[in-house]
Design a protein around this ligand. Sequence first.
Ligand code: DP6
Length: 338
Amino acid sequence: MTTSKIGRAEACANIALAKYWGKSPLGDNLTAVPSLSLTLDALRSRTEVKWCTDQEQDEVVLNGEAVVGRPLQRVSHALDLVHQEKQERPKAKVLSLNNFPTAAGLASSASGFAALICAAAHATGEKLPSSELSNLARKCSASAGRSIFPGFAELLAETGPGAPIAPANHWDVAMLVAVIASGPKPIGSTGGMLQTAQTCPYYSAWVKDAPAVFDEVKAGVLERDFERVAIHMEHSTRMMHATMITSLPPVIYLKGPTIELMHEIAKRRQKGHPEAYTMDAGPNVKVFTLGNHVAKTQAFLESIPGVEKVIICRPGPAAAELSLDSSLETAPRSRELS
Ligand code: DP6
């Protein structure tokens, strides 16, 4: 007879204002450098985990498609982590929906693994503290350890859980995602950072210098100092991409319109627009701005050839369990995407 226990959760993606790139030699998916992120309210994953005693394999469906191979193994590993105290875990049926393109440098692994860990814990009937949820999510995908928290969060180098540093209402800011390409990326971030650590001649300089940049970004966020965050967030992005580009073979995520936007945004900031760029493992440009400047930044981004669409994100909420009455089938929507 089948017995099933179900849990559901929702988590937002996050964007690193101070970047993580590279694993700690201590293992366990600990990071080599500290990072600081903003949780993004418009980019969400919703996940349901159902433990099934009569099933021989985990079954995972993401956005309506069966997940196989390495991505399936990563989900099974996450389920093992949540169940580690128990003797043997039942297999699971996992359903997950993103309201944005998967694996295109839009942090789908962050929201996806944060939602998965919360849903699996919910299905197990355990109320885990957010630090423990963060630690488990971090073991699956380091950036996911930050998506457990609302607003601004940090993940220190070589330590387990992330931590919240300021709530969503701390600062009226926005992050506009200029989508330049939504297809899968040439190499995943886990593989890309391994290649960088092994072959980039400047990788050790990045690991040495990233903490000072993180400190500047953190101070800027706590003081709500836009210019300080802008300067050091952009510097963190360029330092990280410089290590990728100088790997062998190179890891190049940036495209022509990405570089165009870097030039344009630098010129616009000189003219007084509060705008700064950051890019993750993909070509999309995320533009940080103040809440009262969103319409101007949006109009500017929409005028740039090569920008497919613009998604407006504000500081988002913490990952949370969802009631079993809520609809999982309806992809989570936001005012910007509906
Ligand atoms: C460029 O968290 O996706 O977005 O831990 O291997 O799953 P894994 O990597 P992931 O890497 C994110 C890297 C980044 C910068 C950041 O979010 O800090």
